[in-house]
Design a protein around this ligand. Structure first.
Ligand SMILES: Cc1cc2nc3c(=O)[nH]c(=O)nc-3n(C[C@H](O)[C@H](O)[C@H](O)COP(=O)(O)OP(=O)(O)OC[C@H]3O[C@@H](n4cnc5c(N)ncnc54)[C@H](O)[C@@H]3O)c2cc1C
Length: 402
């Protein structure tokens, strides 16, 4: 058994939002952390953080620094814009109806990464290196990670927050299932002449959702437009005035005239689910464990639930002086996360496929579901709780403070 000089309780691999969050949470819990976070490419997207995620950021002490660059979402609207003969009725949900000031906040990813990174760098038990990890060797009592430069590090546990092509997942021998959709998500930020009134609107079109999410300025919104993959490059190549015209048509004048468009981005849509969330001294968090199509703002919110649950379990094991990388610890994490991940993966896949499907039965089922959600307070309440992640399985760190 090789021994390496550099030691830490936990090695975290990945430079994105899941990695920053889990590193901070685990450093707060008193673990010594070596994080390998290569510099990230500029991310022009925004993330709708639902209330549980906001509670987590508040508990971490980061929220006061983010509040100024976050737009509250006080209502959500779903509109069937498929143009089919049988259309589902529009649904709208106001946060006040459910006793909340808002459902969550929309934050620009760049701001989120910058603020989390600045906070992470000052924590005394967290050491950040900007190298990539190129090899990981799990052993019985420890695990070793090898950066592209510098010495290897040995730890009791590796947290794999290294995204959909995860080396951590592969090194732990965790298999996964992947489904590609013939869809690409185009992202833009736009200015418009009417206030968005803090409403997030998801139009369901024949190619997927077209979503408008409020930005902190009343007259600016972010757009996620899911189109057929074969059409995406054509859209992205359009000059501003023609792209504005297309967005104008799609938004049906809800936010007035579109006056500018910027920050173009493009992301292929797919679903990936790891068959386990932990094994062989590796625990997965975020997109390394699950990637969902961009419907209903579930992706990072689900990843943050992983981070909060992992922190909760490891803190307890630490208090009991147990082994944080032992099979029993990893099984507990797996048990707590697997059904939540599977439920949300199934929900988003079903919703996505029902929007795309031209079949009459699936249109009827979707329409009937919308009618029930429109009329029944019980169903409305259930749907809002489910989409806000506020169920009995919500990690303690994500529950609202009284
Ligand atoms: C168009 C679009 C809109 C979205 N909107 C929302 C939304 O509104 N709400 C929401 O909750 N979610 C949303 N999502 C999902 C969300 O963006 C992702 O779930 C989230 O960014 C995943 O973060 P992550 O840190 O887990 O993974 P990533 O962002 O993929 O980060 C992984 C990081 O690991 C690094 N890495 C990879 N390999 C290594 C290695 N070997 N060593 C070290 N580092 C490594 C990479 O460089 C990268 O920085 C959206 C997604 C898309 C595509």
């Amino acid at each position: 058994m090789t021994e390496y000089k550099e030691n830490a309780d936990i090695a975290v691999v990945g430079g994105g939002l899941s990695s920053l969050t889990v590193s901070i949470l685990l450093a707060h819990a008193g673990f010594s952390i070596r994080a390998f976070m290569p510099p990230v490419l500029p991310d022009t997207r925004t993330t709708a953080l639902l209330s549980g995620s906001v509670s987590l950021l508040k508990r971490m002490g980061i929220w006061p620094q983010l509040q100024d660059c976050a737009a509250p979402i006080t209502a959500m609207r779903l509109i069937d814009d498929t143009g089919r003969l049988f259309r589902a009725p529009s649904l709208s949900f106001s946060s006040y109806e459910f006793g909340h000031f808002q459902f969550g906040f929309n934050v620009i990813n760049r701001d989120l990464i910058r603020k989390l990174d600045a906070y992470a760098t000052i924590l005394p038990t967290l050491t950040i290196s900007r190298q990539k990890i190129i090899r990981i060797i799990p052993e019985d009592k420890k695990i070793c990670v090898f950066p592209s430069e510098g010495s290897p590090v040995q730890a009791k546990l590796v947290v794999g927050a290294d995204g959909s092509n995860s080396l951590c997942r592969e090194s732990a021998g965790i298999t996964f299932s992947k489904k590609m959709y013939d869809q690409t998500a185009l992202t833009f930020n736009i200015s418009h002449t009417l206030s968005h009134k803090n409403v997030s609107t998801e139009f369901h079109t024949r190619t997927g959702p077209f979503t408008l999410v409020p930005l902190p300025c009343n007259m600016e919104s972010s757009v996620v437009w899911v189109v057929k993959s074969s059409e995406s490059s054509e859209f992205l190549a359009l000059p501003d005035h023609l792209l504005i015209r297309k967005i104008q048509e799609r938004s049906h004048g809800l936010i007035g005239h579109i006056t500018s468009v910027n920050s173009r981005g493009s992301f292929p849509s797919f679903q990936l689910t790891a068959l386990r969330m932990a094994s062989n001294r590796v625990a997965l968090v975020g997109d390394s464990g699950h990637v969902l199509p961009p419907i209903g703002a579930q992706g990072l919110n689900l990843g943050l639930r992983d981070t909060a649950m992992l922190a909760e379990i490891l803190e307890k094991i630490k208090q009991e002086e147990g082994d944080i990388g032992a099979p029993s610890t990893l099984s507990a994490y797996n048990r707590h996360r697997q059904s939540d991940v599977a439920t949300r993966a199934c929900m988003t896949d079903l919703l996505n496929r029902s929007i795309l499907s031209d079949s009459f039965p699936s249109q009827i089922i979707r329409g009937a579901g919308s009618i029930a959600a429109k009329r029944s307070a019980l169903i409305r309440n259930f749907l809002v709780k489910l989409s806000l992640n506020s169920t009995s399985q919500t990690p303690r760190l994500m529950r609202e403070e009284n």
